[in-house]
Structure formats: C-alpha cells, structure tokens
Design a protein around this ligand. Structure first.
Ligand SMILES: Cc1cc2nc3c(=O)[nH]c(=O)nc-3n(C[C@H](O)[C@H](O)[C@H](O)COP(=O)(O)OP(=O)(O)OC[C@H]3O[C@@H](n4cnc5c(N)ncnc54)[C@H](O)[C@@H]3O)c2cc1C
Length: 466
C-alpha cells in the first residue's frame, strides 16, 4: 500500500455519491468551484439509497403534468410536524418546504425527467413528483451532468478519516485501490448517508436481533463519517436507536433489495408471529400511514419474523410481491409450510373470524369492517379468512435509513458541541435528516431534504475562501 498526499486540487470535496452529494456537487460547480465527488461504491452501484427511490415531495401552488391539485407550504409543514416524532428545527423545515418548489425546475435542468404517478404508489399523486425511470435514472442523469460540467468523480474510493484542525477541515484520507491518499480541499460537504448498513452499530441498540434485519438499501452506508464527526466534536442530532423500517418479504436479500421487496398485504388479512399469535391491529389506519411502523413491530417479535395470512378473496387487492406467496388449500397445511404450529394458527384465525363484524368492505376508506372483543383489534377491513386457497408471506424488518446524524445550521454548516460552527464543513441528506425528522417519515421527504440542503451546502461550500 502506498501512502500519498495530493496537492490541493479542489475547492470543494463532496463525500458520498447519492442525491444529496450530487445536488451539493452540482450546486458548488454552478457557483464556480472545482469539485471532487468521492463515492465509496463502484460505478455500477453508485448512488447509495437514492438509486432505489421513486419520488420527491414538492410544495406547489398549481397543478402540473406530474402532480395533481395543489400542496401549500403550510400543509406540507403541518404534515411534517405531525410525523417528525418530536422537536424539529421549525425554521429549517420551513426553508426545505419552501425551497422544494424550486426543485422541479432545478432537477429538470440536471437532466432528470418525470412521469405521472402510477396506481399503487401510496396515494401520492397530489403531493409527490415521480422520476421517470426511478432513482437509478435520476442518478445517471446527475452523474452525466456532473461529467459535462467538469466535476471529478472517484468511484471505489472510501473516505476513511478527515484531517480537522480545531473547527477547520484540512483534508480527507481516502482509500483508493492500493493507495491511501490525503486529499486537500478548501471545504467539504458530507453526504454519506446514515449507518443503517452497519449491523454492529445497530446491535448497540438492538442486540442480536439486528442480525435478522434486512437492509433495503446500499451496503456502503456504514456511518463512518457520522462517527468521525462526532469524534471531532460535532453535535449529534436524531435518536441514535431510531430507524425507518417497513415490512419486507422475509426472502429479501440481506442488502440492496430495494423497493420491490416491500409487502403491502397486511391490511387485507392478519399477521401472526412465529408462535402463531397476532400482535397488532392490521387495519388501524390507511396503509400509507401505517406501513412504516410494521418494520419496528416485527423487530420486537421473536426471531424478528412474522407472517401475513390472507385468503383468496384478498388476492389482487394489493401491489403484488416480487416473491410468490406460500399457498395451501387448508390453514393447517399453510401453517405447516410456514413452519408454524397448525393448531395455534387455526385457533388464531378462527378467533379472528368469530370477532369480525360484517360491514361494507372498502379499501379506499376507513370502512366499518371491524372486530369486536378481540385483542388486539382489527379496526378496518376485517373480513373472515375462510375462502381457500389460503396464502401467506413471511415478513421481516427492512431498514430504510437511520436518523442519527450531525446538527447543521440553516446554511447546512455543521454545528459543534461547544456551540461553535465548523468553519468549512457542511452536511446534507440522511446525515442531517435528524435535524427535521426524529422518528417518523413523510414519503418523498428524504430526497427533498437531501436536494434542498445539498444545494445550500454546495453553494456555501463554494463560497469558502482562505
Ligand atoms: C428502497 C428505498 C426506497 C426509497 N424511496 C424513496 C423515495 O421514493 N423518495 C424519497 O424521498 N426517499 C426514498 N427513500 C429514502 C432515500 O433513499 C434517502 O432519503 C435518500 O436517498 C438519502 O440520500 P443521501 O444522498 O443522503 O444518501 P445515499 O443516497 O444513501 O448516498 C450515500 C452515499 O454515500 C456513500 N458513502 C458512504 N460512506 C462513504 C465514505 N466513507 N466515503 C465515500 N462515500 C461514502 C455511499 O456509497 C452512497 O453513495 C428510499 C430508501 C430506500 C432504501
């Protein structure tokens, strides 16, 4: 291995290669800076979790070809406040919401194209704007524009550590192939995501259960830049043990399965744990408002597994899974195939069926099909599970991202524990998500926050001069 120091070549170094990083890099370039992007992943896997995404949440006062109706600033801020999960930086939240209105034009200028929402996209047609071709096409457009604009990109390059003197960034230590390089720049934007792929870190809060979690996105988000900044005195933000997690098919790959492994069958049947017992109201609210709690619910079950059980009446009513369901003509056979105790599963289903009060089934509203005298209840869409064949999907906890990060100012500057601001260090994207979101989530907000704060960080970083 060779240890080399490169002479200062760049004004702005951007650590990371997803939506926040590319927004920062392109914005810094627009403001005249010489920019280097250092992306840990190889070229094919560039783009972190951003390459799995589909949509931005956008404030807008007029309908357009890609979003129905209007979505006012106050409504957006209220929606955020409802889900944020504790105290949020109100001022920063409002800046992000208001500046989201600029994103369609700015992102289009970066080559990103849009499409009208398809059915099955969690009822987001009014509030969210969908990228044509999804996250990977978006990342390809970003990188193409970066190339055309003269931004340098290093793939397969891992920022291991930073050289920081007092509150000032001096250089980054970058592992690139056989080399360990010291790369200097006038300023740095950290946009290297959360620590959701670092199972050892997750174990600090979840113990051995973390071994059973599925990581929906990139394996490269190990959180070492968060750890580095906290070591250098940055103020942390966000709940360390909080993550956004959904129910994914239990057969999903350990990493990088993306959107298609999510399972949406829960409201149409019941969910039992490994012991054959129900543990939560499957019909508590509309699925788009509830899907994100199921990852955490399953994480608290034995062996972190659960099973969504439905009958033939439910088939075709939810987005089909990429995996085939387990199917059987009797509940006993279904339980057997799942490795569950058939007697217990039959009892759970029969108890549920007896508690169902018939109503008018309507998945489009909070209908009156509910249970009575059952704990936990099923508040809506409760229909007896009695029509063969019976189907089941195994479920696991699929982590989307973690919330712990570094505190930033409204100009994306990293804040230090002693009350000072870092001189020339900025953060954007998931690394700064905790500034607005402490626990909850609003679909499409991850990209919006990353792009708005990334643009601000890029501009500010470009303005740093010695
Ligand atoms: C399946 C899935 C679907 C999603 N769908 C949506 C959606 O439709 N809309 C939405 O708003 N959000 C969605 N999200 C959340 C969204 O992905 C994130 O909020 C957003 O992409 C975060 O962007 P980012 O730039 O901060 O991080 P990322 O896009 O994850 O990028 C982090 C980058 O940092 C790099 N990196 C990490 N450590 C280092 C290091 N030490 N040195 C160099 N590089 C490093 C990684 O390789 C990666 O490229 C989804 C997430 C998942 C997993």
């Amino acid at each position: 291995m060779a240890l080399r120091t490169l002479q200062q070549e760049y004004d702005v170094m951007v650590v990371g290669g997803g939506n926040a990083a590319l927004s920062a890099a392109l914005s810094a370039r627009e403001h005249g800076a010489r920019v280097l992007i250092v992306e840990r992943a190889p070229k094919f896997y560039r783009g972190g979790n951003s390459r799995h995404t589909r949509d931005f949440r956008i404030m807008h006062e007029r309908a357009n070809d890609y979003m129905m109706g209007t979505y006012a600033e106050d409504e957006f801020v209220d929606d955020l406040a409802r889900v944020a999960g504790g105290e949020m930086n109100q001022h920063l939240a409002r800046i992000i919401v208001s500046k989201s209105a600029e994103l369609p034009e700015w992102l289009s200028n970066q080559g990103i194209r849009w499409q009208a929402p398809l059915s099955g996209t969690l009822h987001l047609a009014r509030t969210n704007m969908f990228m044509l071709g999804g996250g990977r096409a978006m990342m390809n457009a970003y990188y193409q524009t970066a190339k055309e604009n003269g931004v340098d990109v290093w793939y397969d390059s891992f920022v291991e550590d930073l050289v920081i003197d007092a509150d000032e960034f001096k250089a980054a230590r970058v592992r690139r192939g056989e080399d360990l390089l010291t790369v200097r720049a006038l300023s740095v934007v950290l946009a290297s995501g959360g620590f959701e792929a670092n199972v050892d870190w997750l174990k600090r809060y979840w113990g051995p259960a973390a071994d059973n979690f599925v990581i929906r996105g990139t394996p490269y988000n190990q959180g070492n830049m968060i750890e580095t900044m906290l070591r250098y005195g940055a103020e942390s933000i966000g709940e360390p043990d909080a993550f956004h997690a959904v129910a994914v098919d239990g057969r999903a790959p350990r990493f990088d399965g993306g959107i298609v492994t999510r399972l949406d069958s829960v409201p149409f049947g019941i969910v039992v744990n490994q012991d054959g017992f129900r543990f939560y109201d499957e019909g508590e609210d509309f699925w788009p408002k509830r899907y994100a709690i199921w990852g955490g619910l399953i994480a608290r079950q034995p062996e972190q597994v659960a099973y969504s059980i439905i009958d033939s009446k439910a088939m075709g009513k939810f987005m089909p899974s990429v995996f085939d369901p387990v199917v059987a003509d009797t509940l006993a056979d279904l339980a057997d195939k799942l490795g569950l105790d058939p007697a217990q599963v039959i009892e759970t289903v029969e108890t549920f069926n007896c508690a169902v009060r018939a109503g008018t089934f309507n998945p489009g509203e909070l209908d009156d099909c509910h249970t009575e005298g059952l704990i936990p209840p099923k508040s809506h869409w409760a229909v007896p599970i009695n029509t063969a064949p019976f189907y089941a999907y195994p479920l696991r906890t699929g982590i989307t991202f973690t919330y712990l990060g570094v505190r930033v100012s409204e100009r994306a500057k990293i804040q230090l524990k002693d009350g000072r601001e870092a001189a020339n260090m900025f953060a954007a994207g998931e690394m700064a998500a905790g500034n607005v979101l402490r626990r909850g989530y609003l679909a499409g907000f991850g990209l919006t926050m990353g792009a708005v704060l990334g643009r601000i960080a890029g501009e500010e970083a470009a303005n740093v001069t010695r």
